[in-house]
Design a protein around this ligand. Structure first.
Ligand code: ZN
Length: 259
């Protein structure tokens, strides 16, 4: 009896990774049937620091760039350790790697990199709005992609970026929708296969079957590529799955969800 049970358990453990992988492939290639697809949209990624795009947003960038125009706005030079100039260059190279049409890097005295540096909602909103106006001369931004209210890693600069984008969105002066990258619990953050396997259809998902693009882009951020970021870009769920809450232009709904 026990022998049979152990045999079945052994087979189940051996088969599980294959089943999981097949389900992940199935999810990746059928997601478009169950969720909104976007084509010929002008999409602006708003991040706080050089490397946020590589560490957190790679799966969605790689999918959305196939049929949309992507732009990148980074609200600091990442000068917390005095490496701002180097990190600007690294970000421009990473943006080129990902195929962004343009990459704008802000160096504003009120928006300096650091957990202890408080970013006001007004300062963030002003920069976002300035860039929307600047881009409006050429085209209209249809979607802004950014952090959710918890800021993924809880970094105060990430949270401020969300709040600033939300403030511009709630003004309803510009007709863009917002994608907010869902902050995962610590367990889900490092259960990448679980995320891909279980991805439901209530969120907007973008999947990658390997961490290649996240890792490759992090290599470009050479000054930041220390051992724990190497591990993060291989094992974190954000290298494989981006799950977004979508906010269309309905301010009331947005305010309720953003609480
Ligand atoms: Zn960051």
């Amino acid at each position: 009896m026990w022998q049979t049970f152990l045999e079945i358990l052994k087979i189940a453990i051996l088969i599980a990774p294959f089943v999981s992988y097949i389900k992940a492939i199935w999810n990746k290639y059928t997601l478009h049937l169950f969720q909104r697809t976007f084509q010929k949209h002008n999409i602006l990624y708003v991040i706080a620091h050089p490397d946020d795009e590589a560490m957190f947003f790679a799966p969605s960038i790689v999918e959305l760039r196939k049929s949309n125009n992507l732009y990148l706005l980074c609200l600091s030079t990442g000068n917390a350790d005095g490496l701002g100039k180097i990190r600007e260059k690294e970000l421009q190279a990473s943006a080129a790697y990902f195929g962004f049409m343009a990459c704008y890097i802000v160096d504003d005295s009120q928006l300096q990199d650091g957990k202890e540096r408080e970013w006001s909602v007004e300062a963030v909103a002003r920069q976002v709005e300035e860039h929307l106006v600047r881009l409006q001369g050429e085209m209209e931004i249809n979607i802004i992609v950014t952090f959710d209210p918890k800021g993924i890693s809880g970094h105060p600069n990430h949270i401020a970026v969300h709040q600033g984008v939300a403030a511009v969105f709630n003004e309803e002066k510009y007709p863009f929708d917002v994608f907010c990258l869902t902050t995962l619990s610590i367990f889900r953050k490092y259960s990448a296969w679980g995320e891909i396997y279980n991805c439901g259809y209530e969120h907007q998902h973008y999947l990658a079957l390997t961490p290649y693009h996240s890792y490759r882009a992090m290599m470009i951020h050479h000054s930041q590529f220390v051992w724990y970021r190497k591990l993060f870009s291989i094992f974190s769920s954000y290298a494989y799955c981006n799950s977004f809450d979508l906010y269309t232009h309905n301010a009331e709904k947005y305010k309720q969800k953003a609480k």
